[in-house]
Design a protein around this ligand. Structure first.
Ligand SMILES: Cc1ncc(COP(=O)(O)O)c(C=O)c1O
Length: 487
């Protein structure tokens, strides 16, 4: 708590401690607190740091902070509770509307407003989430707790920037067995998610102005990141066989990168056909380009056989394979990985060393243990069956209760369904109404860049726990869509 507070106090630049002004330090400290309270950074009941800790943090005498706290207490801003510490007065009124500094609005086109980053339970239908209720938390807590208690002091040092050896080994084995991807542990780099994977990859292999094929429609959260990299992002249309490789070759024959979601196109859910896979690999090897295979949720496939990764067909080592633990375990972990082609492992390694100081040891070790003890494959097996059930319930219930408003045709895999709407529908407007009603439908059209957008709602089904839950949520959706239609 005191850490958060001290950091918050640094936020308002205009109230930084200034040793050159005539305003005494203790009054400057008072002003910082008052500003932090007015701006809502500090709330009634929040604990403030001890006078000693704050004095050290701000490099002032302890008496200076004591004086500031006495004034704040006299003015009713804080309450001193002896050994229990000092807190912001619980009776302090909440800041008036308009005094809280507004947060800059996210770009509504690319920021899915349904994503809750505040630690609240996500809204029903949020896409991209695995079944949070079904993760084996007891097992996980035991494994992480065991590591935590192990008392190995070496683990308090910096972790390896490329990732924990044990985890890199486990991933290499898993990819070989389950995804047909043969690689050495040294090729596997642990990252904090897809965007960190892209950062590592692009810093290792790209230069400004390089062409980058991006699926159209394509993963909406990667787009703003890519548009900020200085690369020439080229939207390449997707049809029912996946990325139109011929179109890519026509639009940007010399592109240095192509990013694809071959197993389960994001967001349309189609599979990249074998013919297109071969054409893409041929193109990449003939022009010396790199293919980034984003294999984010291929583990969940409900129709036909699981598909091997594109990387498994890669005879010329042009594919950079990107995986994540966000779907197969849970996204709060922030652990993902990338497999670097052998010829560029040293470049990835050099960049990884410069880019950051690695991912936290504890969670990497927890995942390695989770895999080593067989929980990972058991969990995947269970989740495949559970998702198949939840997906079928969602389709049945929604198509029945919302028959006149939308139509769900099942995708072959993944954790969301696509509800199609008439072409004239305003899916973004509808999604805004749905969002206001406390649900998290995601409109399809903003996922397009240049191609003519299709209209639809992307609905995450993984957290609809049973038929009753699906019925409740479908009724709320029905109500919200009717309200949108009347608007
Ligand atoms: C298309 C796509 N790629 C990758 C990811 C994984 O991202 P991360 O590893 O950052 O959680 C997701 C998550 O929703 C996704 O939808």
């Amino acid at each position: 708590m005191s850490k958060r507070l001290v950091q918050d106090l640094r936020l308002p630049v205009d109230v930084a401690l200034d040793r050159s002004t005539a305003l005494p330090m203790y009054l400057q400290i008072c002003r910082r607190f008052k500003t932090a309270i007015e701006q809502g950074h500090l709330k009634p009941g929040d604990r403030v740091p001890s006078a000693r800790a704050l004095a050290t943090e701000l490099a002032v005498a302890r008496g200076t902070v004591d004086m500031a706290y006495r004034i704040l207490a006299d003015e009713g801003y804080v309450q001193v509770r002896g050994a229990a510490g000092t807190v912001i007065s619980p009776t302090l009124p909440a800041p008036e509307a308009g005094t809280v500094r507004p947060v800059p609005a996210a770009d509504p086109d690319t920021h899915p407003s349904h994503i809750d980053h505040d630690g609240n339970m996500p809204k029903p239908l949020q896409m991209g989430l695995p079944a949070l209720d079904a993760f084996p938390r007891k097992v996980w807590n035991r494994l992480v707790g065991h590591r935590l208690r192990s008392g190995d002091v070496s683990r308090l040092a910096y972790p390896h920037p490329a990732g924990l050896d044990q985890l890199r080994q486990r991933i290499a084995t898993y990819l070989g067995v389950s995804r047909g991807v043969s690689c050495l542990p040294e090729q596997v780099f642990i990252t904090t998610g897809l965007r960190a994977t892209l950062e590592l990859t692009l810093r290792s292999l790209s230069k400004a102005g390089d062409g980058f094929w991006f699926e159209d429609p394509g993963y909406i959260l990667a787009r703003p990141f890519l548009l900020n990299t200085g690369l020439r992002v080229v939207p390449v249309p997707v049809d029912r066989h996946g990325l139109q490789v011929d179109e890519g070759k026509r639009l940007a024959p010399d592109a240095r990168f192509a990013m694809v979601t071959p197993s389960h196109q994001s967001p349309l859910g189609v599979t990249l056909s074998l013919e297109r896979r071969m054409a893409l690999l041929d193109w990449a090897s003939s022009v010396g380009s790199w293919i980034i295979e984003d294999d984010y949720d291929s583990e969940f496939r409900y129709q036909g056989r699981p598909l091997p990764a594109l990387k498994s067909l890669d005879r010329h080592d042009r594919v950079i394979y990107s995986g994540t633990f966000s779907k197969v375990m849970f996204p709060g972990l922030r652990l993902a990985y990338v497999v670097a082609p052998l010829s560029v492992v040293d470049r990835f390694e050099a960049v990884a060393y410069n880019l950051n100081a690695g991912c936290p040891f504890l969670f990497q070790a927890g995942v390695a243990d989770f895999m080593a003890e067989g929980h990972f494959s058991r969990h995947l097996k269970k989740m495949r069956a559970l998702y198949a059930q939840r997906r079928a319930i969602t389709q049945r219930v929604f198509n029945h209760l919302l028959a006149d408003q939308l139509r769900i045709d099942l995708l072959a895999g993944g954790l969301h369904v696509l509800a199609t709407l008439p072409d004239a529908a305003d899916d973004a407007g509808m999604a805004a109404h749905v969002h206001a009603a406390g649900l998290a439908a995601n409109p399809l059209s903003p996922w397009y860049m240049a191609a003519r957008p299709k209209k639809g709602l992307l609905l995450g089904f993984a957290n609809l726990v049973d038929e009753d839950d699906a019925i409740r949520v479908a009724r709320r959706l029905r109500h919200a869509l009717s309200a949108a239609a009347d608007y």
